[in-house]
Design a protein around this ligand. Structure first.
Ligand code: NI
Length: 210
């Protein structure tokens, strides 16, 4: 039973993998699936999502997964040059946390880059201060190996897409998932950039109450 549920949650994540930053059809179906499956994942508490990582924040400080224990977290993997999906996900996260009021203020929002080559400490420092992004957002980068370890822990994939005519302006097709963790770093559930702020707020409150 646990195995089946874990497999289905992982199958779901790979199903929406690479939906971001490229034209994707049936996005509304993805959103509906997300709610159904995220409930399923939570019911066992056994999904193997999350784990150890060591990265650097936008202030240049080394952080690990243990740095953030003691408060619930919302973690989103993306890249700062992303023109649409990543900002949308962070805006939805911000709006959801805002709706939650004081409960939302207790949650640590975290952005982890999938593109450490461009997303340096220096470039992430202004990124976290964007107007519509969550208050207190921290952005994490590192070496390619450090970032890969964090991505593996969260079953996140990203593929570099290069236009030969503009090699500098490459994009990244990547998973677009907001992970909710409890104050012990345990995975509770997930959202996508397609979920409304209201749904994020309501479901987050429900997850945290369990
Ligand atoms: Ni993106």
């Amino acid at each position: 039973m646990r195995v089946a549920t874990t497999l289905s949650s992982l199958a779901f994540i790979s199903a929406i993998t690479l939906a971001a930053c490229q034209p994707a059809e049936n996005k509304s179906e993805v959103s509906e699936t997300s709610v159904a499956r995220s409930g399923q994942v939570t019911s066992t508490g056994q999904a193997q999502i999350g784990g150890a990582y060591t990265l650097v924040n936008e202030k240049g400080e080394t952080v690990t997964n243990e740095t953030f224990l003691g408060a619930p977290q919302m973690i989103y993997f993306g890249f700062a040059y992303c023109p649409d999906v990543c900002p949308m996900a962070l805006q939805k996260m911000a709006a959801g946390l805002e709706i939650m009021g004081e409960d939302g203020a207790d949650i640590q929002p975290i952005f982890i880059t999938v593109d450490p080559e461009r997303d340096t400490v220096e470039s992430l420092a202004p990124y976290v201060t964007a107007n519509s992004f969550p208050d207190g957002l921290t952005a994490l980068t590192g070496t390619r190996e450090q970032v890969d370890q964090a991505m593996d822990a969260y079953k996140v994939t990203a593929i570099k897409v290069v236009d030969p005519d503009y090699p500098e302006d490459y994009t990244m097709d990547h998973s677009s998932i907001i992970y909710l963790l409890d104050d012990k770093g345990q995975f509770l559930g997930l959202f996508t950039h397609q979920d409304s702020p209201e749904r994020i707020a309501t479901n987050t409150k429900a997850y945290l109450r369990r």
